[in-house]
Design a binder for this molecule. Sequence first.
Ligand SMILES: [Zn+2]
Length: 428
Amino acid sequence: MKIDKIKRISVISAVAVFFFVLCAVHAAARPFGDVDNDGAVTSEDAREILRAAVELTTLTGETRAASDLDEDGSLSSADARLALRAAVGLEALRSVEEAGKIAADVSGVGALKNGIYTYKTLTADLAALRSAMPSRFSYRSLGKTADGRDIFCVVLGSGYGARQIVSDVGIHGSEHMNPPAVMRTLALYLQNYDKPIYQGRTVRQILDDTDLYIIPMLNPDGIAISQWGLSGLNNPDVAARVRGIYNKQRAAGGTKLSLAAYLKMWKANANGVDLNRNFRFTDKSLNLKSQTKLPANRYYAGDRSHPEAETAAYCALVGSLSAPVASLSIHSQGGLIYWLGRQTGEDKAAAKRLATTVSAVTGYRMNNSENFVCAAANWSMIEKKIPAITVECGVGRTPLPASELPKIYAAVKNLYLAVAVLYEPPAS
Ligand SMILES: [Zn+2]
């Protein structure tokens, strides 16, 4: 063999070995206790855990989760001691990936039953996702609706993220193809938590320090009304009130629709309040007058001195977050994104950046006209200074047909990952 050829082969082999090692490092599981994420547990890691346990330092996101060696939900000297024992080979610790493995196939989550996605299906799907991966998926109720349903909030991620992305889905009753699209998205994230899914990276890597706070069905009463009419309501008094709202509107000439058609197009909650007009602003001049004076299936802003349970739940959630970086309101329809809502300066620039990212990942176009209707996104932006947008999914008349669901899912499935990447802190 010629010297040149030998040289060439050894260079190629060296490069191959280098890439193999590089890939191996990337694919390496992260052991519990590996605070500095160098692939091994050392006395340095034990020291950092001890410092965090006595609050001399704060650990967040995946690092915080990986530091809880005994997996009891808190950091203590016991975790540091376990790390020390692991460092000298006295303890064999499983990897965080092993601990966070998905326990069941959740690919059926977000499926329609008889062409619709009901509150009941949502409840079952939430339980299925939590039992499949309790370490990365939890949910709780933020409050009860007038007709006795829970307003659920999901947390997807380590639960210890330094940043949060918040998203409300299904605030309008007739927009009930969006909850299943978002639930399918959450199932997809859990199924691929440790597999490359977006830009060659895993969900764990992308959500390393960012938790998703998703309200998958903010207005379950309104959705039940749109799907089932009066028979969808649990409480006969609530059903009678909804019927009364229609009767009054009909008598006043406010609608010519039949009761069935009127209820099918219902956007409000069970009190006849359009929740996305119900948000209140400190600057009272921003509180727009209601487009209708009486409760209705849409456009009635309600009594602003008494926010509805759903509105209050959203505000309480957003107000409880330590560092929300983006708020995404998922609506239908039109395939477009509203982002301009009386912001100025850097707030306006941040909302535009967010909308640009979401436009690129969903294929929906940006609508650059002012859209201020006392909506959730307006409230997040103005009252909480969180970049916030409204995403109008799908095309057609709401309620959208089941045939729109695959298209909506295709548009939104990378949405939250793209936004998380947008808000990643610069590498130090
Ligand atoms: Zn809407």
